[in-house]
Design a protein around this ligand. Structure first.
Ligand SMILES: Nc1ncnc2c1ncn2[C@@H]1O[C@H](COP(=O)(O)OP(=O)(O)OP(=O)(O)O)[C@@H](O)[C@H]1O
Length: 297
């Protein structure tokens, strides 16, 4: 049986009287890279804060390595590497000094993983962190995370401040590292093109709940964008259907997104008395699928 490294059951969180989500359940099996995607304010950072034990949800439980995060043994906690907001403390140190400083705290410290990334990203070891740019500081923070050699990596907005070339480098390095060492990763990012290259599974959040949790290839294989021409006199809005996402009329043409097949979409239009022609479907990349599921605004 697959072992779940993270298991969250029925998480409900409120800030004061404001509900962020209710009954969120998900799991992350060992060795998988899972990306949490969602629009601004859907609760991704909140979820990371719950996973890190910093926030206590109103109800529900969050188990990591089978232990409740709120009562976790410090020895178990050591198996988790956390990147929150990508900042490095002790900015007065140099790239070399901070590596030596951190290494004292982590028994499984992998110096080579740190220096391999530092070399790939072309950072000078004698450079003082306080004098680095925001993106360069993120690079050091990522190196310190990888060197912890934890079994689980939790990364919030890991690509903050990195330019496209460094992002690409880091993503390729991270994926290779995770697969070679059978690491489990839970992360968030707004840069969905990056996620498409990196993650195995995605959770897409809407306000208040999870829309889908699926392996990315399965999502891209089964979720389609449909377009059709509307005949004159067709309504300006399309009827809502539980299996169709964000159906809209744009300049005389209709569009909708769905996991259902073409016959279903044709049947929906016919049943609704809408005259149409030229019904077509297309597969999408992860960014377009994300927009199809969550809407444009
Ligand atoms: N400490 C807090 N007190 C009150 N409200 C909060 C607090 N932290 C976050 N919120 C609110 O909760 C909602 C979810 O915030 P969260 O930071 O988890 O979203 P997010 O999905 O990470 O957003 P983004 O994509 O913008 O980073 C937001 O509307 C935010 O304003």
């Amino acid at each position: 049986m697959e072992e779940n490294i993270i298991e969250c059951r029925n998480l409900t969180h409120y800030y004061g009287s404001r509900m962020i989500y209710e009954n969120l359940s998900f799991s992350v099996p060992r060795g998988r890279i899972l990306g949490l995607l969602g629009k601004n304010g859907t609760g991704k950072t909140t979820t990371i804060n719950i996973l890190s034990g910093y926030l206590q949800p109103r109800s529900g439980e969050c188990l990591i390595f089978g232990e409740d995060i709120q009562r976790m043994d410090p020895l178990t906690r050591r198996r988790i590497a956390l990147l929150i907001e990508g900042h490095v403390q002790y900015a007065f140190m140099t790239v070399e000094e901070i590596e030596r400083y951190y290494s004292a705290f982590y028994p499984a410290w992998n110096r080579e993983a740190y220096y391999e990334l530092i070399r790939k990203l072309k950072i000078a070891p004698k450079q003082r962190i306080a004098r680095m740019s925001c993106g360069q500081r993120s690079q050091v923070a990522l190196g310190l995370i990888l060197a912890q050699n934890a079994e689980l990596l939790v990364l919030d907005d890991f690509s903050m401040g990195l330019d496209p070339g460094y992002r690409r480098l880091f993503i390729e390095y991270l994926r290779e590292y995770a697969k070679a060492e059978a690491k489990t990763i839970f992360l968030t990012s707004h840069i969905i093109q990056d996620m498409e290259r990196l993650i195995d599974d995605c959770i897409i959040m809407d306000y208040g709940s999870i829309l889908i949790q699926k392996p990315v290839p399965q999502l891209l294989d089964t979720f389609r964008r449909y377009t059709f021409r509307l005949e004159a006199g067709a309504p300006e809005t399309l009827p809502v259907d539980g299996k169709l996402y964000h159906s809209a009329v744009i300049r005389g043409s209709g569009e909708t997104y769905s996991f259902a097949d073409e016959a279903y979409v044709g049947g929906w239009l016919t049943r609704s008395g809408i005259a149409y022609s030229d019904l077509k479907s297309e597969k999408m990349n992860l960014e377009d699928a994300f927009i199809g599921l969550t809407g444009k605004y």
